[in-house]
Design a protein. Structure first.
Length: 194
């Protein structure tokens, strides 16, 4: 099936090659690893990054930021800086992986799987957008704007990010398995190479 008939944006299809998916995975893993020292510093100063992201209230956010002190706040800022390439990497990786499923489903004449991929392909970018919104709210809190709705936006953004990414990655894995040939030895109709 021609790429134009798959119903998936051409940009996402361009990301669906093995080489590009590997590059996006590398960006995600490297930036994720770069965040670890900052996350450790935050935990060492009383609260984890996840406690801060899920604080959900002005009172709890204030308690966390006050307990962290300058060292914890500085670490949180570094973590937010490294989270930007991380969220770009995972958002585009998920979009590319789901686009690969759409391409494979088109080759295998699996209409329902291809139609599902046309929707799920957006979950990764939506998760990244929710994560970015969360990061903006956390940056505002760190800069002294500890007021509603920022802690609530952060908590909701984290939940949306996790749910959307889990769904996209699960779909991609199930879609790859569903489009393997009968013997399990490869792609139905071949795979995209670049």
């Amino acid at each position: 099936m021609p790429a134009s008939k798959l119903g998936v944006p051409a940009f996402f299809l361009a990301l669906s090659t093995p080489r590009r998916l590997l590059a996006l995975a590398a960006v995600t893993l490297i930036s994720g690893a770069a965040m670890l020292p900052a996350m450790r510093t935050m935990s060492d100063h009383g609260y984890s990054l996840f406690a801060f992201e899920k604080a959900g209230s002005v009172e709890r956010s204030t308690e966390i930021v006050d307990t962290w002190g300058e060292a914890g706040k500085r670490a949180a800022c570094w973590q937010l800086a490294f989270d930007t390439p991380f969220l770009i990497g995972y958002g585009l990786f998920a979009a590319g992986a789901c686009a690969a499923v759409a391409r494979r489903a088109g080759r295998a004449n699996r209409l329902r799987l291809r139609q599902a991929a046309m929707v799920v392909v957006w979950f990764g970018p939506l998760a990244a957008a929710a994560d970015l919104l969360q990061n903006i709210s956390l940056a505002l809190i760190l800069s002294g704007h500890i007021a509603s709705p920022w802690p609530q936006i952060s908590a909701v953004g984290g939940s949306l990010t996790t749910t959307l990414m889990a769904a996209a990655l699960l779909f991609a894995v199930v879609g790859v398995v569903a489009t393997r040939d009968e013997s399990g030895s490869g792609l139905v109709g071949g795979g995209a190479q670049t």
